[in-house]
Design a protein around this ligand. Structure first.
Ligand SMILES: NC(=O)c1ccc[n+]([C@@H]2O[C@H](COP(=O)([O-])OP(=O)(O)OC[C@H]3O[C@@H](n4cnc5c(N)ncnc54)[C@H](OP(=O)(O)O)[C@@H]3O)[C@@H](O)[C@H]2O)c1
Length: 265
């Protein structure tokens, strides 16, 4: 019981780990003894964040550069990962993107960009990692896939982001579909649906130009039932729950981590 929430000694991949929610999850896992591979497209940032996290957390963090919306880059990512590790305990599918436009002006590329990463890339990364996720998994200690969805896939959004909410509803249902297919292979698939977290994505959505520091988040906080935004503790807490022994019997669920927005809607 003492180690119910331990993730010590595990190996994780966090997509979109170079900033925002992915960086929070990477940091939280490293601080709890996990060796973490962060994946993103911008090489310099990904390398420097992995160095920063290694120094700050005193653990191991490694960068992998890939565009997850492209199958050939997913294949390169896995080749790169397998040159260093033979198994993966936790896959945190966090990389995601959005597109803002009104229904009248919504462009085809705003649909494709969002679906190619949020749904297609997420699926093919899981598909191609099945053998690696199976390698060290057992009935008592299955490997874990945690998909990062969104409350925008559960309730209507305040933003003009049609393809985003629909893609995230797809992530939540894909979570159930894959949970059923993979549970017998000792891979548990679940999702977390975050509410507002102060990241580049939310900042651009509300008109702060991507800034996360030195901007006034108080309006967003005041509209949340818990009267605040999400923090690193909130998202890491939910992730560690799903990845540790504590969450080993949870299969196919989407857990909101939103301060009560969905519950109070
Ligand atoms: N922030 C929120 O309030 C909120 C709420 C609900 C759900 N979410 C979800 O949480 C996840 C993280 O959101 P966030 O706010 O932290 O986003 P963010 O600040 O925009 O960070 C996105 C991360 O994903 C990487 N990325 C983007 N496109 C990629 C691609 N094609 N291939 C590989 N990596 C890619 C980015 O790095 P590069 O640009 O270098 O690739 C970055 O590391 C997303 O799935 C989002 O939908 C966020």
């Amino acid at each position: 019981m003492k180690n119910l929430f331990s993730v010590q000694g595990k190996v994780a991949m966090v997509t979109g780990g170079s900033r925002g929610i992915g960086k929070m999850i990477a940091e939280g896992l490293i601080l709890n003894g996990v060796k973490v591979f962060i994946v993103s497209r911008k090489k310099e940032i990904c390398y420097s964040v992995s160095e920063q996290l290694t120094a700050k957390c005193g653990g191991e963090c490694y960068p992998i550069i890939a565009d997850i919306s492209k199958i050939e880059e997913i294949e390169g990512l896995i080749k790169n990962f397998l040159s260093k590790e033979s198994h993966l305990d936790f896959l945190i599918n966090n990389a995601g993107t959005s597109w803002g436009a009104s229904i009248e002006s919504f462009p085809e590329n705003g649909w494709d960009k969002v679906f190619d990463l949020n749904v297609k890339g997420l699926f093919f990364l899981i598909q191609k990692l099945i053998p690696v996720l199976k390698n060290n998994a057992s009935n008592q200690d299955p490997s874990r896939v945690v998909n990062i969805g969104s409350i925008d896939g559960m309730i209507n959004s305040k933003f003009e982001n049609i393809s985003y909410g629909v893609s995230k509803a797809g992530v939540h249902f894909l979570t159930k579909v894959l949970a059923k297919k993979l549970v017998k292979k000792n891979i548990n698939v679940n999702a977390i649906a975050p509410g507002p977290f102060p990241t580049w994505m939310l900042s651009t959505g509300i008109g702060f130009g991507g800034e996360t520091e030195g901007v006034d988040w108080s309006l967003v906080a005041s509209q949340n039932p818990r009267l605040r935004l999400g923090t690193i503790e909130d998202i890491v807490g939910a992730t560690i729950f799903l990845c540790s022994r504590a969450g080993a019997y949870i299969v196919g669920e989407t857990i909101t981590c939103d301060g009560g927005i969905v519950a109070c809607s």
